[in-house]
Design a protein around this ligand. Structure first.
Ligand code: SF4
Ligand code: SF4
Length: 241
């Protein structure tokens, strides 16, 4: 899920300066779980904006604001109220903001800061375990990500600064390499630590990237290159002939 946190109301008012009529879009998925853009937060934002002298011409909360198909449908259903608004305020992640830009073409403001993609350990507790690098290498680390869990993103072992299992950069967080070591020990794979890990291909992390899936064939486009498991399989079949 995309973790989001609402911007300070003062900042939202600054973005809306000179615009008196606004339409609010929330998100029924990630932002709802983060309590930054679900139905209650959209209702509260409407009330605060109205108290601040703004007119809220309407609101909706899609199941997932990053779906252009869904948002476009809701935009049609609310077209009159959206046409009345000078701008859109989106309580969702940056993907959701872009979807509203695509669906409406209107001035669109982000009401939240998008902070990371994470795992929900329990309601209200979201942790970052992956930074979406485009080339997953964690099999060699017992399923834990050194890029994300180690403050220095080290691929070949600890920096030596860890104390009592905590990171030297932030003593409040566990040392990622301590976690990786314990994990590899628990699954009987400590030998993996003897293998040197080559630097990663960071081109796959170059923004902005694109995924297309057509008739079951997925293609990942990044930095002027493409990667497709299907094409690679075809090459392998060809090579074995
Ligand atoms: S290696 Fe990359 S894709 Fe895999 S968990 Fe780490 S950041 Fe995410
Ligand atoms: S103390 Fe551990 S997590 Fe922190 S930078 Fe060093 S190896 Fe990485």
């Amino acid at each position: 899920m995309h973790a989001t946190i609402q911007k300070p109301f003062r900042e939202i008012l600054e973005m809306l300066e000179g615009e008196n009529r606004v339409f609010i879009v929330g998100c029924g998925n990630c932002a709802r779980k983060c309590q930054s853009g679900g139905e209650p937060e959209v209702a509260a934002m409407k009330e605060r904006l109205e108290k601040a002298g703004k007119t809220v011409s309407g609101t909706f909360v899609p199941d997932g604001t990053c779906s252009l198909t869904e948002v476009s449908g809701l935009v049609k259903d609310n077209q009159v109220a959206i046409d009345e608004a000078e701008s859109m305020l989106v309580l969702a992640c940056g993907q959701g903001v872009h979807t509203v830009v695509d669906a409406t073409g209107k001035i669109t403001h982000p009401g939240c800061n998008t902070i990371f993609g994470g795992e929900t350990l329990k309601p209200g507790d979201v942790r970052e375990y992956c930074q979406l690098c485009g080339e997953c290498i964690i099999d060699a680390y017992g399923g834990l990500c050194p890029l994300t869990l180690c403050a220095k993103g080290l691929l070949n072992g600890a920096c030596g600064g860890s104390k009592d299992g905590k990171c030297e950069v932030d003593p409040e967080r566990d040392c990622g390499w301590n976690l990786i070591y314990e994990r590899l020990r628990a699954i009987g794979k400590l030998d993996a630590l003897y293998q040197y890990k080559e630097p990663k291909d960071y081109r796959k992390a170059t923004r902005s990237r694109r995924l297309t899936v057509t008739d079951g064939v997925a293609v990942f486009r990044f930095d002027g290159n493409t990667y497709s498991p299907y094409e690679l399989q075809q090459e392998e079949v060809g090579a074995s002939k």
